[in-house]
Design a protein around this ligand. Structure first.
Ligand SMILES: Nc1ncnc2c1ncn2[C@@H]1O[C@H](COP(=O)(O)O)[C@@H](OP(=O)(O)O)[C@H]1O
Ligand SMILES: [Mg+2]
Length: 277
């Protein structure tokens, strides 16, 4: 095997793709008879692969991974030195080895992903993410900041003044925000249930849906890599109150977000203000 790309964006794509291949192989080998075992094995195989490659190729960088012990804890004096090291590090890889774990364990579903993002202290962006890749192995694609996808094409109806195409809103198929059905009805939007934050943000990036709204709980690794890709593409990404998404915070909880086409952001933020309070 040759060396991976030196540039961080290319390296993130390489790493996410490799983990995605390992997950695809695992799904084939294990089958779907025991979903619990498949989920656990998937988390472990992908996490171990990513951890090993990061230790080998980026030994000086810190890592925040969903599958690390204690990763969900906010930093306090009692929490171990791993957490402290990422808070003083200049570069931190934020990893979700398997996003959409539930869907990964269901035969025929392709809405699961591998997330690899890099946060840097001296980043020019407010979210601090400088590279990222989202592998969607069952969709045979990897989206990455190294070759940021083109901005999603505007439909003919949306481009027509007064054109009233229904907004397509992606949301969690298992844990949608409690207020979302009402919000959708208010703005005449159509809900598209889907698993995995990465798969939903990828659907916004490719123009399959117009927006993704989440609230009620999530962690930095659920959105870091897909938000890096979405913002590199030029899409809007923020908290649902419009404030900036922040990564590598002492508390890794990042419970809500809005990712959407720029032209929809003010309308959706106004609707969120009416419904999410
Ligand atoms: N209320 C909640 N609290 C914590 N995590 C949540 C959550 N709702 C969604 N998530 C996480 O966000 C990711 C996407 O969720 P969903 O598929 O429902 O949209 C999943 O990541 P994992 O699959 O990595 O656990 C899920 O665990
Ligand atoms: Mg996740």
């Amino acid at each position: 095997m040759g060396s991976p790309p030196i540039i961080d964006g290319g390296f993130a794509r390489w790493l996410a793709a490799r983990a995605g291949q390992a997950l695809t192989t695992l799904r084939t080998e294990m089958g779907f008879a025991d979903p619990g075992a498949l989920k656990s094995a998937g988390d472990k195989v992908s996490h171990d692969l990513i951890r090993t490659e990061l230790a080998r190729w980026r030994p000086g960088d810190a890592v925040l991974s969903e599958e690390d012990e204690g990763s969900r804890l906010a930093w306090t004096a009692e929490v171990g030195s791993d957490v402290v090291s990422r808070l003083t590090a200049d570069r931190v890889w934020i990893i979700d080895p398997l996003d959409g774990t539930r869907e990964f364990s269901e035969e025929g579903r392709s809405d699961w992903a591998v997330h690899v993002a890099l946060w840097a202290r001296r980043a020019p962006t407010s979210h601090g993410l400088v590279a990222g890749a989202v592998a969607l192995p069952a969709q045979h694609r990897v989206l990455g900041t190294d070759h940021a996808p083109a901005y999603p094409p505007m439909t003919v109806e949306a481009a027509t003044p007064g054109g009233g195409r229904t907004i397509r809103l992606a949301a969690s198929r298992s844990r949608p925000p409690v207020f979302l059905a009402e919000l959708a009805e208010d703005i005449g939007a159509h809900l598209v249930p889907m698993g995995s934050a990465g798969a939903k943000i990828a659907a916004v990036v490719t123009g399959e849906v117009d927006a993704y709204i989440h609230a009620g709980g999530q962690y930095e690794w659920d959105s870091a890599a897909p938000v890096a890709v979405a913002t590199a593409t030029g899409l809007h990404a923020s908290r649902i109150d419009g404030s900036a998404l922040k990564y590598n915070e002492a508390d890794p909880r990042l419970p809500d977000l809005l990712v959407c086409r720029k032209d929809l952001a003010s309308r959706l933020l106004a609707a969120l203000q009416r419904h999410s309070g």
